[in-house]
Design a protein around this ligand. Sequence first.
Ligand SMILES: [Zn+2]
Length: 198
Amino acid sequence: VNTSPLLEKLIQHFNRFPGIGRKTAQRLAWYLISRVKTDAYDFADSIRETVDNFTTCQECLILAEQDPCPICSDTDRDDNLLCIVENTSDVYLMENMHEFHGKYFVLGHLLSPLEGYGVNDLHIKELETLISTKKPQEIVLALKPSAEGEATIHYLSELFQKKDVILTRLSTGIPFGGDLEYTSTLTLANAWKRRYRV
Ligand SMILES: [Zn+2]
């Protein structure tokens, strides 16, 4: 049997999620259809409501319900420390660690020639603006320990070489090739404490 175009569209939506393959996408789509309709409607409403209410903080590019985001507008946080992460979900991981009380910046992507992400896909202009206004003393690169992470760290270290700032990176407590996401909070905290100069 041919898959219904409606079902196929739903499967493709699920298939676009990170870590969701075609088979899982099919299972999720069928699950949604087989449940009482109100559950699915609630799910759809929740997606729309959340997406509508989140915006990008113009300062750090975190996705949040306010602009400036709660972190940028928190006067208790230290402007001298800036932590660069790949995306907003990494901010939540760092926050769970309870070691960092500075500000963040979301880079958007890592350099990845294979996936087609180059320098222009990174939020460099916004980062330079933030650095020239906030003038942090230390910038911590909390990026995924991978070939893409290394390439990005290398690029940023060249970029900030002439700037009057200490550039550090997380120690390799995180397994190479792993995601920040799959690292336990304790490992991340250790990698944080043992961060070193680039
Ligand atoms: Zn912000």
